[in-house]
Write a protein that binds this ligand. Sequence first.
Ligand code: NAD
Ligand code: UD1
Length: 335
Amino acid sequence: MNILLTGGAGYIGSHTAVVLSQAGHEVVLLDNFCNSSPSVLERLQKILGKALPCVEADVRNTDAVERVLREYKIDAVIHFAGLKAVGESVANPVLYYANNVQGSISLLQAMQKVGVKTLVFSSSATVYGEPQYLPYDEDHPTKPMNPYGQSKLQTEKILRDLAISDADWKITSLRYFNPVGAHESGLIGEDPNGIPNNLMPYIAKVASGELPHLNIFGDDYETRDGTGERDYIHVMDLAEGHEAAISYLENCCRGFEVINLGTGKSVSVLELISAYEEVIGCKIKKFITKKRPGDLPVYYAQANKAKKLLNWIAIRSVGDICETTQRFSAAKIIA
Ligand code: NAD
Ligand code: UD1
């Protein structure tokens, strides 16, 4: 298939581009590089042995997206393009609704004009909010706790209405849990600017000496060891989940479907640190500090629906996650 990846130069998009291209799909990237760099294209070329077409454009530019859909005879779109920093979304909600909701509407308008009606959407487990029960299954009530989560839920609602209005649409919304890790080559991975908000990139920066120590946000939660537990999913497993979703849409699905992509298991902050320490062979400097406001003690996915519908499960271990993160982090320092 000819597949357009909006936000394809970003962390999850670039790994998915590798998996789809290696599976024989023709992949086209569209990105405005607001949170990525064109240098990822050279690294993708090294991994794939060929260049992928990439159009620099904002997804809110409906005409530009329409031109790309026509020029590359696109059959399906995976919509990664979006902003994802929770704190920033609280400080600047309009930016988030404009980029994430308006961006999705613009994409849908272009797709409607051209008659491309197959879509995979990047959603997030953050749409569930405070757990009523765990693991979160796809029927769990949704109550996002911040504008970022709201922007994902509102987009899902638009997609659901669209699929009801026109039976030709095939749409899957994938609710990711905590994507981490990097491609085994160490050439692509997650590289946030400045001080990371998320645990895994923070650990990597402490391990490489870029940051002096890690703050563990609370150790008196009602969890296995008192620290927060999350469902960390290797980004290559996640990328393969997108390939499975594309096959599913191609072969069987009609309408709108929401599917969790997670491992179904939780890992604590201390467990993740200790797995990383094992990979690097030394201790990571860390302090217990106060809880981060808005953090949930524990959440993880019920992953059965993905297994049943997509014939997909996450296969990589926490050790694989730490090893590939470290390889990417070390390669970056040498480069
Ligand atoms: P990322 O920031 O690395 O990638 C997003 C890409 O989209 C970037 O390359 C950015 O430049 C581009 N982009 C943003 N707005 C755009 C616009 N208006 N027009 C064109 N390009 C635009 O983030 P990621 O981690 O790869 O996330 C991809 C998607 O998955 C996002 O929609 C995010 O909300 C969602 N998601 C991510 C996580 C996570 O933890 N990484 C978890 C759940 C959901
Ligand atoms: C965060 C986002 C969530 C998003 C997810 C994607 C917030 C409030 N939530 O969730 O919307 O979908 O990333 O990956 O930002 N921790 C530390 N020290 C740190 C950083 C984190 O102890 O320096 C702990 C946290 O308290 C938490 C765990 O590590 O228990 C994971 O944190 P993080 O990586 O930020 O992910 P989430 O909180 O799940």
